[in-house]
Structures are given as structure tokens and as C-alpha cells.
Design a protein around this ligand. Structure first.
Ligand code: GUN
Length: 281
């Protein structure tokens, strides 16, 4: 069996098209959605991500401003900017690109963002809403994109075994909570899990989000499973996921490629959250 390839790029394009119409409707109502992105320092990967976000906003008519701050930005300067954006009624979404330079406290910065504008879903209020099942909060964009991809596959989720490899606050933990909310039976694996391969083999839906290139092998995957690869690792100048794609596609039922799988969905979900924030106004 060869797995069906899940076309994240194509699905994200469809979502962006739907959103473009909503942005047009909101703009007519005088609610032009606005997303402000804050980038501190010179991390090259972050610079690429931010450029992609800006381009995606522009393409669907969202008003996007990028605040590029130097590596030497002080805590006070950054918190001052966030305070100003919190008060600015033309700004519906605020995203501070992570990681921040080491002299800045990421938790303090995230906590300073108005939860109503926290389109990244990283603020503890939004993390808490996800945890208690309050659908009003913002959800981190990557796991939201993972869920959307699985749903659009038509794959059943309720009662299925979902195994998430990785327990980060940005992907693993919120992904587990999102699938729990869909009534899946969820297992989270991490670096101290006794036998990760055995846990993975039980998965109907396997989500890899550990940042270890090609960790997940063919014999870790149940035949027919849906495999979602969140990893983006650069190996010898080439992007590879956390899943050994060539091997695993021989046994999986469906699989996301890297690139072109989850990545484009993350941005689509960010745009969706921004549009929702503007619509709520
Ligand atoms: N750095 C890597 N992924 C993300 C993300 O989804 N949001 C933010 N703010 N920073 C990131």
C-alpha cells in the first residue's frame, strides 16, 4: 500500500480563498482586519516565517504591520510596544515571533499581550480556555492546522487512538487537547517515554512534533494510519520532517509531506484567527 499524500498546500490555499471573501465583507463593514507582527533580532528562520506571514496577509487583504526590532531591544521597549498595540483599535491580532533573544523573558512578553488579540493562542488565558474546553479562546495555529487537515481528510476522530510525539506548549500539548476535545483517545509521548515505537504503533492518527529528523520509521506505524508530520528540520541543506517519509508512506494510509503539509496550514490558521478577532470586534 502507498499512502495518500495530504496536500496541505492545496488545502491551505482553499482556506485562504474562503478567508479572502470574509476579509472583503468585513472591510465593507469598516472592520478591516489588522495583524501586527513583532520580530526581535536577526534569527534567519524567524525572518523567513515573518515575511511569509506578511505576504499571506497582503494576498487576502489583511492589513499587516511588521515591527522589526533590533537584537538589543530592551524589555521596557518591547513591553511598551505591546501595550501600544493592545490599545490600538485597528490592531486585531498581535504575534510576537519566537524565539526571543535570551535577555528577554518570553513568558513575560506573551503574558503582556491582550488575550483577545493573542491570535497565536499562547497566552495562559487562551491555553486555559483550551484546557477547560471553552471554544471562545484562540488556539495555537500549528495544532489547529493539524486538526483541520485531519478533518478535511474525512478521517474519523471520535474514539480513535491519537498519539502525539512531543509535548511542547506550541504544538504537542495543544494538539493533544484539541484531539481530546474531538473525543479521541490521546497519548502524549516524550523523551522519557519508555517505548515510543510501541506507543506509535497503536496510533490511528500519529502526530510527530519533536524536531528530530526522520525519527519515525516504518515499523513504528500501524498500516493504514494517518500520519501528520509537524517537523521542519534542515539536514544537508534540505528540509525533512520528523517522519522518515519514504519509508513510512509505504505503510501509512495518508501522510503529510514536508514541505507542503502542515507548514502552509499554520499560516492559514493564523489568518483565520485574525479574521475571527476582527469579526468579534
Ligand atoms: N516560532 C515558531 N513557531 C511560532 C509560532 O507559531 N508563533 C510564534 N509567535 N513564534 C513561532
Amino acid at each position: 500500500m502507498t499512502a495518500r499524500i495530504i496536500d496541505g498546500k492545496g488545502i491551505a490555499a482553499e482556506i485562504r480563498k474562503e478567508l479572502a471573501q470574509k476579509v472583503a465583507d468585513l472591510t465593507v463593514q469598516g472592520k478591516l482586519p489588522g495583524l501586527d507582527v513583532v520580530l526581535v533580532g536577526d534569527n534567519p528562520a524567524s525572518a523567513v516565517y515573518v515575511r511569509n506571514k506578511e505576504k499571506a496577509c497582503r494576498e487576502i487583504g489583511i492589513n499587516s504591520t511588521i515591527h522589526r526590532l533590533s537584537e538589543a531591544t530592551t524589555r521596557e521597549e518591547l513591553l511598551g510596544l505591546i501595550d501600544r498595540l493592545n490599545r490600538d483599535t485597528t490592531v486585531h491580532g498581535i504575534l510576537v515571533q519566537l524565539p526571543l533573544p535570551s535577555h528577554l523573558d518570553e513568558d513575560e512578553v506573551i503574558n503582556a499581550i491582550d488575550p483577545e488579540k493573542d491570535v497565536d493562542g499562547f497566552h495562559p488565558i487562551n491555553a486555559g480556555k483550551l484546557q477547560v474546553g471553552d471554544a471562545d479562546g484562540f488556539v495555537p495555529c500549528t495544532p489547529a492546522g493539524v486538526l483541520e487537515l485531519v478533518k478535511r481528510q474525512g478521517a474519523a476522530i471520535q474514539g480513535q487512538q491519537v498519539v502525539v510525539v512531543g509535548r511542547s506548549n506550541i504544538v504537542g500539548k495543544p494538539a493533544a487537547l484539541l484531539f481530546l476535545r474531538e473525543n479521541a483517545t490521546v497519548t502524549i509521548c516524550h523523551s522519557r517515554t519508555k517505548d515510543v515505537a510501541a506507543e506509535c504503533r497503536r496510533a490511528d492518527i500519529l502526530i510527530a512534533a519533536v524536531g528530530r529528523p526522520q525519527l519515525i520509521k516504518k515499523d513504528w506505524v500501524k498500516p493504514g494510519a494517518v500520519v501528520i508530520d509537524v517537523g521542519i528540520n534542515r539536514v544537508d541543506g534540505k528540509l525533512v520532517g520528523d517522519v522518515d517519509y519514504e519509508e513510512v508512506r509505504q505503510v501509512a494510509g495518508a501522510i503529510t509531506p514536508v514541505p507542503g503539509g502542515v507548514g502552509p496550514m499554520t499560516i492559514a490558521m493564523l489568518l483565520k484567527a485574525t479574521v475571527e478577532a476582527a469579526a468579534r470586534e
